[in-house]
Design a protein around this ligand. Structure first.
Ligand code: NAD
Length: 496
């Protein structure tokens, strides 16, 4: 059985802990590897390596840092198929979808290639007689990332390229369910010329997460995962005095107006609901059908859901793979049960799907007449289940979304500019699509939700990422020709 080791100070290492966790192939049900589970001493080893590496990396020139990012970008492109194969083997998503996540992650590296511009400070000459001011942003030291299973390449890349380009060292704790891609990324960083110790990978579970939150030499923690753990990590790391951004779960609503092109909306919604078996933080899990949109929309969604080709992500022509574990499949099936018991109508029921072998498959499911008091509406299901809620007006749709505790992404499908604008301005959600179902911001904007989808102030990557991974310094300077040029008295200084 293959054991997936940590990557500390430029080399694979088993660490001290003997605990491991099974890594499954979700398409076959095979126990294919074991991941090391770090104990606090392994985390400490990684942090010490990072702390030592930071001393010189924090002083590396902007050109040196940018050159590493340019090389990394090319290596990621060259190894895209290899990375995608790893993602499909451990996560289950289809190969093209895996290539898509790698491309979106690579775009953050491309943003980091321009770090010299992103870190440019301000300068004001002659703010007072003979006095100038300039500002600069400096790295924090050692930063850590804790990431979920559903994007094993892209989500860590929201963090480490920006942190490292800003001059920090980084410790990544990826999901123990699909850990291998992070080790290949570590190798690619080494091949790109990043000094040993600047990027480290520690595999683990709660013990490793707690050790990261508590470690006195970690300055900042970036977390992405479910809302209960995001809230926990935010509280624990903040109490330990760290800067924290913790992105949580989601319940993303897409509103379909009566004037929308129903076939277009149904195409977009089914792609966003069933792609990656619904295991995307920006998956659409609730369709909000306004007025007369409902019946034609349901009919179009039913046709599409029944037509989705489900199977192993490595097979040609397959559009949707399995969910990540047997437990995840049981959880999704349980939500279909509870929705139907509570009065929802199963237009398409994925529980009956059968795929050869022991993989963790469940088919696309569409539930109509879901109401906001049902568990299947309230909870994040994180599977290929689309709940349809019927409302009378756009204002009722906005009220529904705003009453939901999550606020990650949302979308509206309409041809009416006034409705789209009203929606965009009033909705309490961080990322909004207009006729775009999964409005994931480009790398040079920043990614983040509102309400229970994000704890902390900063969104990830882009300009907010640069601010998160640096701190501001403002320098006021004077170079008098003689002591007499500079007035000195005991009053608070004012400009003259
Ligand atoms: P998860 O919360 O179970 O795990 C996330 C990380 O936390 C993993 O590294 C895991 O090892 C660690 N962890 C798990 N349980 C822990 C515990 N009790 N104490 C400390 N650490 C713990 O999430 P997941 O199942 O891997 O990923 C799916 C979730 O992530 C969904 O809720 C999804 O919406 C969310 N997600 C959100 C975004 C976003 O941008 N908001 C992006 C991707 C995924």
């Amino acid at each position: 059985m293959n054991t997936i080791e940590h990557w500390i100070n430029g080399a694979a290492t088993p660490g001290a802990s003997r605990r491991t966790s099974a890594v499954w192939n979700p398409a076959t049900g095979e126990h294919q590897a074991d991941a090391r589970l770090a104990d606090p001493s392994d985390v400490d080893d990684a942090v010490r390596a990072a702390r030592a590496a930071f001393d010189s990396w924090g002083e590396a020139s902007l050109s040196t840092r940018a050159r590493v990012m340019f090389k990394l970008r090319d290596l990621i492109e060259r190894h895209s198929d290899e990375l995608a194969a790893i993602v499909t083997r451990e996560h289950g998503k289809v190969l093209d979808d895996a290539r898509g996540e790698i491309a979106r992650g690579r775009e953050v590296v491309e943003f980091a290639c321009g770090i010299a511009d992103a870190l440019r400070g301000g300068h004001s000459a002659e703010v007072s007689g003979g006095v100038d001011v300039h500002s600069l942003r400096q790295p924090l030291g050692v930063c850590a990332g804790i990431t979920p299973f559903n994007f094993p390449v892209m989500v860590p890349m929201w963090m480490h390229p920006v942190a490292i380009a800003c001059g920090n060292a980084f410790v990544l704790k990826p999901s123990e369910r699909d850990p291998s891609a992070s080790n290949l990324i570590a190798q690619l960083y080494a091949d790109a010329g990043l000094p040993d110790g600047v990027f480290n990978v520690v595999h683990g579970d709660k013990a490793a997460v707690d050790a990261i939150c508590d470690h006195p030499d970690i300055a900042a923690v970036s977390f992405v995962g479910s809302t209960p753990i995001a809230r926990y990590v935010h509280g624990r790391a903040q109490r330990a005095g760290k800067r924290v951004q913790a992105l949580g779960g989601a319940k993303n609503h897409a509103v379909v107006m009566p004037d929308a092109d129903v076939d277009f909306a149904a195409d977009q919604l089914s792609a966003a609901a069933f792609g990656s078996a619904g295991q995307r933080c920006m998956a659409v899990s609730v369709a909000v059908a306004v007025g007369a949109a409902a019946d034609p929309l349901i009919a179009a969604l039913e046709r599409r859901a029944r037509g989705v080709k489900v199977g192993a992500g490595t097979e040609a022509g397959v559009e949707m793979g399995p969910v990540v574990t047997a437990a995840a499949r049981e959880r999704v099936a349980g939500y279909v049960d509870s929705g139907v018991k509570a009065g929802a109508e199963a237009v398409v029921d994925g529980r009956g799907l059968s795929v050869d072998g022991d993989g963790f498959f469940i088919g696309p499911t569409v539930l109509d007449r879901v109401t906001s008091d049902m568990d299947v509406y309230r909870d994040e299901v994180f599977g290929p289940l689309l709940a349809v809620v019927r409302v009378d007006s756009i204002d009722a749709a906005i009220d529904l979304i705003n009453a939901n505790p999550y606020g990650n992404g949302t979308a509206i499908f309409t041809g009416d500019g006034e409705a789209a604008r009203r929606f965009e301005r009033r909705v309490t959600v961080g990322m909004v699509g207009v006729n775009v179902p999964i409005p994931v911001p480009m790398s040079y904007y920043s990614f983040g939700g509102w309400k229970d989808s994000l704890f902390g102030e900063s969104h990830m990557h882009g300009p907010e990422g640069v601010r998160f991974y640096t701190r501001l310094k403002v320098v006021t300077s004077r170079w008098p020709r003689s002591r007499l040029d500079a007035e000195s008295h005991l009053n608070f200084p004012t400009s003259r």
